[in-house]
Design a protein around this ligand. Structure first.
Ligand SMILES: CC(C)(COP(=O)(O)OP(=O)(O)OC[C@H]1O[C@@H](n2cnc3c(N)ncnc32)[C@H](O)[C@@H]1OP(=O)(O)O)[C@@H](O)C(=O)NCCC(=O)NCCS
Length: 208
């Protein structure tokens, strides 16, 4: 595992969820065999470069991110991954897998890198990983007010299946439960392929 990733992932978590008491303990997650995390990183930037408010022009052109797994078990992506530690992480996603269910724990993208296809890239990647790990069902909770994330999930065929009242204790906000059933079905996979191709055409990212 790459310990250096944890600091950046925690930073992204804090930025994305500022009202939470504390970000998840990613050191703990590292020990959790049920957990699978990936990160997207900017190929053209390193952690040593000074932070800038806006994404530099050179980073906007084409897309910049690649996905690799944060933790060191079950490697799926980017076999040519360069040694980590210096890569500038721009987003991450993670899920737990149990008994055929992949439960998405988190997905977040650095604010200045949003609306550039990175969240979708991460989402596609975790669906693929869950499929490889023989999950049939994917589930998640999302704040009722988080229409950006919900829109991403609806796009990929997730449906609203329930509500947990006051689930988010910071502001007592309800959680919307969403799920996608039969993710290995021909119809789900065919739709996924179409969306992947559309994403790849739009953002110029090829995962494999
Ligand atoms: C949700 C999040 C990960 C999306 O990442 P992103 O890189 O900005 O998203 P993308 O550019 O890949 O967009 C993919 C899809 O998401 C949806 N989406 C993303 N941002 C949106 C917005 N501001 N409004 C509406 N839909 C949005 C759209 O469906 C979009 O598809 P489209 O381009 O065909 O419209 C990002 O907004 C984020 O990090 N939010 C804070 C953390 C968070 O709320 N995580 C969810 C926890 S459940």
């Amino acid at each position: 595992m790459c310990k250096e990733d944890i600091a950046q992932v925690t930073e992204i978590d804090r930025e994305a969820f500022p009202t939470l008491w504390a970000p998840a303990n990613y050191q703990h997650e590292l020990q959790n065999r049920l957990a699978h995390y990936i990160v997207a990183y900017n190929e053209e930037k390193t952690v040593d470069e000074p932070n800038t408010e806006a994404v530099p022009e050179k980073h906007r052109s084409g897309l910049l991110s690649k996905v690799r797994q944060l933790f060191n078990h079950n490697r799926f992506f980017a076999p040519e991954v360069p040694p980590s530690g210096k890569q500038y992480i721009i987003g991450f996603a993670g899920f737990w897998i149990m008994a055929g269910e992949a439960h998405i724990i988190n997905i977040a993208v650095r604010e200045v890198y949003r609306l550039q296809g990175v969240g979708e890239l991460l989402f596609i990647s975790i669906i693929d990983m869950a499929t490889e790990l023989h999950a049939q069902l994917m589930t998640l909770e999302v704040r009722a007010s988080n229409t950006a994330a919900q829109s991403l999930y609806y796009k990929y065929g997730f449906a609203r299946v329930g509500l947990r009242r006051g689930y988010y204790s910071d502001v007592k906000e309800d959680a919307t439960l969403m799920s996608a059933e039969n993710i290995t079905s021909a119809s789900f996979q065919a739709r996924l392929q179409q969306l992947k191709q559309a994403h790849s055409r739009k953002w110029g990212i090829t995962l494999y």
